[in-house]
Design a protein around this ligand. Structure first.
Ligand code: PBG
Length: 327
């Protein structure tokens, strides 16, 4: 029997050498925790389709933010659930709206020890559940929506957001928001752009988390991307960079690793990936049945997202992973 000329197994023979030659690593500092905060509740409320995730009260949000800091997680992205919704989603830009109140509290509690990212969209606030304003035909009106995004960005910046994260996929949103922030004196507030965001079936549990139902059984295919397209994602990313995005995001993550990898290869800006609610829920559901080891799968999936090229990952596993990684 000839000896194998190359023995790949030498570098796999114990944990230390495996770690030494690891090409990718995952650390709590790569993670961003999405958090939901609901107006007018005293106690946090569970979300059945997202086990372990809650709609926070202001008090429980503040406690969770402190816990994340102690775990070494550097950032949170906030989503608001308002007490009342209306056609224009006014709560999004109300200075006393829930996300603004939350931003102010976290700024007071933690200052620069935790980055405050505000998701910037209208769907949590509109009664029809779309990400923008509707015209008389019931279609999402791009340019009228941009005006609402601009006021929302300014209000979020005044409340203490370090970054705003427009997620509505309106054309020109990054440029409009950048200008609105600058005009209001917030040149230091950055834009984390949901640049390549697909019309995915994996957002289902998120819509439970923010109590959103799209009117008339509608969907978001008129503004979010077709999962069939990769080149289109690169155009979206290019446009957002040209308009002033500081960080670009691909969403969802696991079904779009090819997009993450191509964005990483082509552009020299930081790349974020959003491991979305459906991706989390599938792992939790299978783990609950004992069919998979949930922790191990969560680690493997998030490592894969980094390997594909993401610099940072928004994930509902943030606290859990930080606990495992820090242990
Ligand atoms: C829109 C928004 C959505 C998510 C983040 N921002 C939902 C959507 O576009 O329908 C989904 C995140 C997730 O599924 O975890 N404001």
């Amino acid at each position: 029997m000839p000896y194998p000329a190359v023995r790949m197994r030498r570098l796999r023979s114990n944990r230390l050498i495996r770690d030494l030659v690891a090409e990718t690593s995952l650390s709590p500092s790569d993670l961003i925790a999405p958090l939901f905060v609901r107006e007018g509740i005293e106690e946090p409320q569970g979300i059945p389709s997202l086990p372990g995730v809650v709609q926070h009260s202001l008090a429980s949000l503040r406690a969770e933010a402190k816990r994340l800091v102690s775990l070494g997680v550097p950032a949170v992205v906030l989503f608001g659930v308002p007490a009342a919704k209306d056609p224009e989603g006014l709560g999004a830009s109300d200075p006393t709206g829930i996300v603004q109140v939350a931003l102010e509290s976290l700024a007071g509690d933690l200052g620069d020890r935790l980055l405050r990212i505000a998701d910037l969209c209208l769907d949590e606030y509109t009664d029809h559940g779309h990400c923008g304003l509707l015209d008389s035909q019931g279609e999402v009106d791009n340019d009228a929506t941009l005006e609402r995004y601009c006021t929302t960005a300014q209000v979020q910046a005044r409340a203490g957001a370090h970054l705003v994260a427009p997620s509505g996929m309106m054309d020109g949103q990054v440029g409009a928001i950048r200008k609105a922030l600058d005009d209001d004196g917030h040149t230091g507030v950055g834009v984390l752009a949901y640049a390549a965001k697909y019309a995915s079936a994996l957002y289902g549990p998120f819509r439970d988390a923010v109590d959103v139902e799209i009117a008339g059984g509608g969907d978001r295919r008129g503004y979010q991307q077709n999962p069939a397209n990769r080149r289109e994602a690169l155009r979206e990313v290019q446009l957002d960079i040209d308009e002033g995005a500081d960080i670009v995001m691909v969403k969802p993550a696991l079904s779009y690793l090819d997009v993450i990898s191509e964005v990483r290869r082509r552009f020299d800006v930081p790349v974020a990936a959003y491991h979305v609610s459906g991706e989390y829920a599938m792992v939790k559901a299978a783990a609950e049945r004992g069919w998979i080891d949930g922790e191990a799968v969560a680690l493997e999936q998030t490592l894969a997202i980094k390997r594909a090229g993401a610099d940072m990952i928004l994930t509902y596993f943030a606290a859990e992973l930080a606990e495992i990684l820090g242990a």
